[in-house]
Design a protein around this ligand. Structure first.
Ligand code: ADP
Length: 252
């Protein structure tokens, strides 16, 4: 499939029931892993709705099911049953190739371990998703990458290898890379798990700025400090959603 055909190829998977301002919707999502002791249910009947432009925190102890839930939303892994609709696309109906292309174009995903290509410069790491999806090309993509690096205050580091940067700097590069194809939704899985408190604050502040610019940001973390900053808090425990509160009703 040619990258430019991606949006039209996804049309059959557009969900008709979601409203225009719904960014992410899960309906009765179950996820099971096979283990030597049999099937382990890691997500149990999760239903939730995230509106466009919300800053959402997904919190819960280690092992609660945060990464599993994030992987259902990004289509990195498949549900056992239930529906996942992201940006009007029914994720569970896409095949592996379609999901990879859809993710690259529609979502910015940020991981705990930065996942930089170690032999490529910072600039080339940000250009890579643009090259893969074909939305920004040539000089336009370099200009865009430099602008994104400015947004995370790292424009002077463009020609360095990731290994020359601190953890916090690498995570800021990862945010710039996640924004490469201008997705409306950013999803981060424990983005500050390897960073000190001051650096984590900086990352959360960048997310706030992106929300102010109109992005939807979903951050999974076991760091309760984030819970105080978001406008919508989801609390997961043993694979169940035990709290779903929006600002105004947040009691922390
Ligand atoms: P969190 O991100 O909140 O730490 P996870 O989503 O990683 O939690 O894990 C939720 C539960 O699912 C945990 O009990 C974990 O051990 C289990 N789990 C995660 N991945 C697998 C897997 N690939 N196979 C079996 N069990 C898994």
């Amino acid at each position: 499939m040619h990258p430019k055909d991606a949006d039209t190829d996804l049309i059959p998977f557009m969900a008709s029931i979601t409203q225009q301002n719904t960014a992410i919707q899960l309906e009765s999502v179950n996820k099971a892993y096979s283990t030597p002791n049999g099937e382990f249910l890691a997500l149990k009947g999760i239903s939730l709705t995230i509106q466009a432009g919300e800053y959402v925190g997904l919190v819960g102890k280690s092992g609660a099911g945060k990464s599993t839930l994030i992987n259902m939303i990004t289509g990195i892994d498949r549900v056992k049953s239930g529906k996942v609709t992201v940006d009007n696309v029914s994720v569970q109906d896409l095949d592996d190739n379609q999901r990879a292309l859809w993710r690259g174009r529609s979502l910015g995903v940020i991981f705990q371990y930065f996942q930089m290509m170690p032999t490529m410069t910072v600039l080339d790491n940000i250009l890579l998703p643009m090259d893969l999806c074909g939305r920004f090309q040539g000089r336009r993509s370099v200009q865009r990458a430099m602008k994104l690096l400015e947004q995370v205050e790292l424009e002077d580091h463009a020609r360095k290898l990731p290994s020359a940067l601190s953890g916090g700097q690498q995570q800021r590069v990862a945010i710039a890379r996640a924004l490469a194809n201008d997705p409306s939704i950013l999803i981060a899985d424990e983005p500050t798990g390897r960073l000190d408190n001051a650096t984590a604050e900086m990352i959360f502040t960048i997310f706030e700025r992106l929300v102010d610019q109109g992005k939807t940001v979903l951050v999974a973390t076991h760091d309760n400090a984030l819970a105080r900053r978001v406008s919508h808090l989801l609390v997961i425990h043993d694979g169940e959603l035990i709290q779903d509160v929006k600002s105004g009703s947040l009691v922390l």
